[in-house]
Design a protein around this ligand. Structure first.
Ligand SMILES: [Fe+2]
Ligand SMILES: [Fe+2]
Length: 270
């Protein structure tokens, strides 16, 4: 699909949701080279839910810090700016993803973020902190489809799952658009980096991307953390065109699911 055709299409959808305020502030702070940990800690402290959940996460087995951490300042120092920002993002996007998408979408996004971060650290094609952001936002286009017609989109997802059909093809048939194209437009509207827009657009077909290694990380992460997997977790015809090999997808999937369960438990608790 041509770019302007896709943009025309997005006009037919409801307005692209604005980025949540706290996430916008966190991104501004990170982009500005003169701001420090203190500013980020201040943003986190203002939001009670974010600060409480960040503290419970840094005190959990997920990070495994030895000492008890009771202040947000200390938590941000120990985590570092980028990891702190990724926690802000996971929490700040929760409301938008669950109300305009679904709870499953939010959980799946977190699982994919953690898996992408892990794979990026293993394969070293992209920075693991960037991989977290890409993994987290990869399915953001689903929000637009759910906004357009929630009942119809639930039906499309149900058909795809029951018949093991391609979700993208069904989206194209029922909506004349798919979540990859729409997600890339959301990322563009939010002025996110090009690598992110590209990976969102091609996460189901990484070999078509101009950045196949980066997209491949998100493709693999996405497949490994799916709630339901068929016999073929990773599609051989896609994997053979990617520059990385996964020798034991079943074992890796188990490992990643238990890792993501700890993270989700801490940030889902009230
Ligand atoms: Fe997807
Ligand atoms: Fe996904």
């Amino acid at each position: 699909m041509e770019n302007n055709e896709a943009e025309q299409l997005v006009k037919e959808f409801k307005e692209i949701p604005p980025m949540p305020n706290v996430m916008m502030k966190a991104l501004e702070v990170i982009r500005n080279p003169y701001t420090g940990i203190q500013e980020l800690a201040t943003i986190m402290s203002v939001d009670q839910a974010i600060s409480a959940k960040t503290l419970s996460l840094v005190n959990s087995a997920y990070y495994g810090f030895r000492q008890q951490i009771t202040s947000i300042n200390k938590a941000v120092v120990l985590l570092g700016m980028m990891k702190a920002k990724n926690i802000i993002m996971s929490l700040a996007m929760r409301q938008m993803m669950t109300t305009q998408g679904s709870r499953e979408l939010w959980e799946h996004s977190i699982r994919c973020a953690i898996a992408s971060e892990y794979l990026a650290a293993q394969f070293k094609f992209i920075n693991p902190d960037d991989a977290f952001v890409i993994g987290f936002l990869h399915d953001i286009g689903k929000i637009l489809l759910a906004q357009k017609d929630a009942a119809k989109y639930s039906k499309v997802k149900y058909i795809a799952q029951q018949n093991n059909q391609s979700l993208i093809e069904l989206e194209n048939t029922f909506f004349q658009a798919n979540h990859c194209e729409l997600g890339a437009l959301v990322a563009k509207k939010w002025q996110l980096p090009v690598i992110l827009i590209n990976c969102i657009k091609y996460h189901h077909n990484p070999s078509l991307s101009s950045l196949p290694a980066a997209c491949g990380i998100v493709y693999i992460a996405d497949r490994l953390v799916q709630a339901q997997v068929g016999d073929e977790i990773l599609e051989p015809e896609i994997m053979e065109r990617l520059p990385m090999r996964i020798s034991d997808p079943v074992g890796l999937r188990e490992q990643l699911i238990s890792k993501t369960n700890i993270f989700l438990k801490e940030i889902s608790a009230n």
